[in-house]
Ligand binder design. Structure first.
Ligand code: DOR
Ligand code: ZN
Length: 345
């Protein structure tokens, strides 16, 4: 097959930042995607309905001319979040999900949740009104090895939470382990998971073997090869519970190439090319539409996009820019480390 047409995809987990960085990175996403779920981990975070409305306006104002890209806003859950404000934001169509960051788990998560008990009222309200909770599923206990933090989160936090509040719809974000895949597959309802492009393409060797490569460092950190293979099987299975959330997370290169570099991989410009490559390798191009365009809207109760994109396979590998330049600094683009033959026409 040398071309494939799919409904226009959406990105169900995206970091756009703000100001000059927002202006610099938004065109890459808006070029291929119709909608994206926007992560609220700004400094300060997007906590209230008013915060989300204001951030949404800034995103709309930063769209390239002629773009009808639609940001789907989320609220950052804090121990001081007001359940009433969350419900109002949902009913008014201002926010479609709430994001739970365990405090300290990742970039700008300091205002996140330390004790789940303190946000039970918000989560109960969300369960009542049918609002999704998006979860960064890693424990923060320094005693727990960083490669085990997702697995331990599922056993010690997520499973008990789902027992306590089975009516709550949960998106387990950017899963990276075979245990994550198995846990989602075993759930009978109210659980889905996003998978990033990079976790389908790299394992932890990319970060550490032959030199330390900060542009492959993200959270949750990439795991062993067997986990990558489990993620590929899930993503290409067509199972409605798995769909694309790129977690494209731009940082100024100076903050990545540092003695304590930050977590995040910027994949917005070449995500669709990379995904087509993965699905071709898995002999599952017929499942790409499910993963990138259909399963996400079905989970969030939205229609799929009416228009389409076409991906074209070349005879020779396609190239991407190493970096994009923004007024907030240069941002390195994800290098998949393998030849990629697909391009969006
Ligand atoms: O790699 C990551 N980058 N993981 C996250 O959870 C946050 C994100 C960011 O905001 O940079
Ligand atoms: Zn993220």
């Amino acid at each position: 097959m040398t071309t494939i047409e799919i409904p226009r995809p959406d990105d169900w987990h995206l970091h756009l930042r703000d100001g000059d960085m927002l202006a610099g990175v938004l065109p890459a996403t808006a070029q291929h995607f119709a909608r994206a779920v926007i992560m609220p981990n700004l400094v300060p975070p997007v906590v209230t309905r008013a915060d989300a409305e204001a951030y949404r306006r800034r995103i709309l104002a930063a769209r390239p001319a002629g773009s009808d890209f639609e940001p789907l806003m989320t609220l950052y859950l804090t121990e001081a979040t007001d359940a009433h404000d969350v419900a109002e934001a949902f009913r008014a169509g201002v926010a479609m999900a709430v994001k739970l960051y365990p405090a300290g788990a990742t970039t700008n998560s300091a205002s996140g949740v330390r004790q789940l008990d303190k946000v039970m009222d918000v989560m109960e309200t969300m369960a009542e009104i049918g609002m999704v909770l998006c979860i960064h599923g890693e424990v923060t206990d320094p005693e727990i090895d960083i490669f085990d933090r997702e697995r331990v989160f599922i056993d010690t936090v997520l499973a008990p939470l789902r027992q306590r509040l089975p009516e709550l719809k949960i998106t387990l974000e950017h899963i990276t382990t075979e245990e994550g895949v198995a846990y989602v597959r075993a759930a009978d309802s109210n659980l889905a998971a996003t998978i990033t492009t990079h976790h389908l393409m790299i394992n932890r060797n990319a970060i550490l073997a032959g030199g330390i490569r900060p542009h492959y460092y993200c959270l949750p950190v990439a795991k062993r090869e067997k986990h990558r293979l489990a993620l590929r099987a899930a993503a290409t299975s067509g199972d409605q519970r798995f769909f694309l959330g790129t977690d494209s997370a731009p940082h100024d290169d100076r903050l990545k190439e540092s003695p304590c570099g930050c977590a995040g991989i910027f994949s917005a410009p070449n995500t669709m090319s990379c995904l087509a490559q993965v699905f071709e390798e898995e002999k599952a191009l017929d499942k790409l539409a499910a993963f990138a365009s259909l399963n996400g809207p079905a989970w969030y109760g939205l229609p799929p996009n009416a228009d389409t994109i076409t991906l074209v396979r070349s005879e020779t590998p396609v190239t991407f820019p190493d970096k994009i330049e923004t007024a907030a600094g240069a941002v390195t683009v994800f290098d998949p480390m393998v030849p990629v033959y697909w391009q969006v026409r």
